[in-house]
Design a protein around this ligand. Structure first.
Ligand code: NAD
Length: 491
């Protein structure tokens, strides 16, 4: 283990408010576990409402003083690029920390949590200098014949509360913090209580990069801490990624004061394999789609629909490949299936599998926990399902996929869309005409063809139906961190 990681784990972590670590007023501490061993890896503070109040006050004072939004955009861009450089310089330390806290493979932590985040950070740093309005010609001047010059301005919305989940805590935290800061907002980040460690390190690096005190604050804590943040009257916008249930609770609170929200929520994502797809490609795609980070991916392909003509071969080959995956701790680069995040989550996944069995589904491979310390679930394939079974309707968020045959494309589309979620979908075929027919009919925010889980800062990402409201990524995501003001000048 990197000695900097060891040192960070043993630190007495506080909250990050007004540019420095502060002791929480709330005395409760939260144990943070290493899922590979089940042992406590660190403890963090649990911020109470008064701590949240201090963090929001710091962000509000920084916003009102204009110490961040008032900087020349090129200066904000320079600081945010420096922030990315520091994340890169500390990449190995951050990757190890993420693996120890979340359980994921160190390969994924290096490639996605750090590597992809860097691309994302630089993309949004660059947008700080590209915020523009429009000039507008008016058509119905009052009184007739009067002359006006009209234009729009994009202004930062104010204090942004960023609430993130436990599966990719650093990366998803950055999905929120970067556009907010690029737009000139100030931020209070609340990472998941289960995986708060890398976010704490990020706050330190942001200040080191030159983000002014108060522009980036962080509170650790649980759902009550998050709720206090959402309820705070000085928060202008909430950007949330997490479960649909919590997203709905936030939307209800937000409704009372018409608080702006972006909600990136759960998925129950289909992958459709047409009969022309090569078996090897289909199996590789199903593994990448369904088992990346032990299935703890909002975009994961958890419902596999396979053309009847290739179904038996597909199920046989997938079971063999999945049954042979190496189970082990994330710090071992050879591990292909790493632990899930917590004992609670492991038990929830096992509960879903048991429920599927009781409903009459067949566990083809996996379905249990290997006999070793830590929070492991064997990668699991479930067949003989029907779409009305709970296993096909509720997000499991673990290394579990269901596999069902379909007779024609109409049935595949109907089964894929038969869900109250709509985050992602994938289609596996080399038939161009079928691709162009099916893609527009899939009700999902992202549709991949012959790939799954491919995300990019330039590709908007978000959900149809109960998978969320709004889109992260892309230049348009910046708009949701700004107010649009029309200015009309009589000339
Ligand atoms: P969660 O909803 O339990 O928690 C997410 C965050 O919300 C945590 O920081 C938590 O402390 C906080 N929170 C809990 N109750 C709150 C409340 N009442 N008010 C404010 N904040 C509150 O989700 P999770 O279990 O951490 O994450 C897994 C979920 O996230 C899955 O459903 C997954 O699909 C979803 N997810 C979605 C995306 C996406 O981009 N759509 C990405 C990753 C994960």
């Amino acid at each position: 283990m990197d000695p900097r990681v060891q040192a960070f784990l043993t630190k007495q972590h506080g909250l990050f408010i007004d540019g420095a670590t502060r002791e929480a007023k709330g005395s409760r501490r939260i144990d943070v576990f290493d899922p590979a061993t089940g042992e406590v890896a660190a403890t963090v503070a649990c911020a109470d409402a008064s701590d949240v109040d201090r963090a929001v006050a710091s962000a509000k004072a920084a916003f009102d003083a204009g110490i961040w939004s008032g900087l020349p955009p090129v200066e904000r861009e320079r600081i945010l690029l420096k922030f990315a450089d520091l994340v890169e310089a500390h990449g190995e330390e951050l990757a190890q920390l993420e693996t120890i806290n979340q359980g994921k493979s160190i390969n994924i932590a290096r490639m996605l949590d750090v590597g992809a985040s860097l691309g994302y950070m630089r993309y949004y740093a660059g947008l700080a200098t590209k915020i523009t309005g429009q000039t507008l010609d008016v058509s119905i001047p009052l009184p007739p014949g009067a002359r006006y010059t009209a234009f729009t301005r994009r202004e930062p919305v104010g204090v942004v509360a960023a609430i993130s989940p436990w599966n990719f805590p650093m990366m998803i935290g950055l999905w929120k913090v970067m556009p907010a800061l690029a737009a000139g907002c100030t931020v209070v980040l609340k990472p998941s209580e289960v995986t708060p460690l890398t976010s704490l390190r990020l706050a330190e690096l942001a200040i080191e990069a030159g983000v002014p005190a108060g522009a980036f604050n962080l509170v650790t804590g649980d759902g009550a801490t998050g709720a206090a943040l959402v309820n705070h009257p000085d928060v202008a916008k909430v950007t949330f990624t997490g479960s649909t249930a919590t997203g709905k609770a936030i939307a209800r609170t937000a409704a009372d004061r018409l608080l702006k929200t972006s909600l990136e929520l759960g998925g129950k994502n289909p992958a459709i394999f047409l009969k022309d797809v090569a078996l090897e490609q289909a199996v590789g795609g199903a593994i990448m789609g369904g088992f990346l980070n032990s299935g703890q991916v909002c975009a994961a392909a958890s419902r596999l629909y396979v053309a009847r003509e290739i179904f038996d071969d597909f199920l046989g080959a997938l079971s063999q490949a999945v049954g042979g995956m190496a189970i082990g701790p994330g710090l071992d680069p050879a591990s292909q299936v790493t632990p899930v995040v917590s004992a609670l989550h492991r038990d929830k996944i096992i509960g879903h599998i048991e429920e599927a069995r009781r409903a009459g589904a067949r566990v083809v491979t996996g379905g249990d926990m290997p006999n070793r310390p830590g929070y492991y679930v064997r990668p699991t394939i479930i067949a003989d399902t029907t779409n009305d079974m709970v296993i096909c309707r509720q997000e499991v968020f673990g290394p579990v996929v269901t596999v069902m045959p379909f007779s024609d494309e109409e049935e595949a589309i109907r089964l894929a869309n038969d869900t109250n979620m709509g985050l992602t979908a994938s289609l596996w075929t080399n038939d161009l005409a079928k691709t162009m027919n099916i893609v527009p009919r899939l009700k999902a925010g992202t549709v991949w063809v012959n790939s799954h889980n491919m995300i990019d800062p330039n590709m908007p990402f978000g959900g149809y139906k109960e998978s969320g409201i709004g889109r992260d990524f892309g230049t348009s995501a910046l708009d949701s961190y700004t107010e649009l003001k029309s200015v009309c000048i009589a000339t």
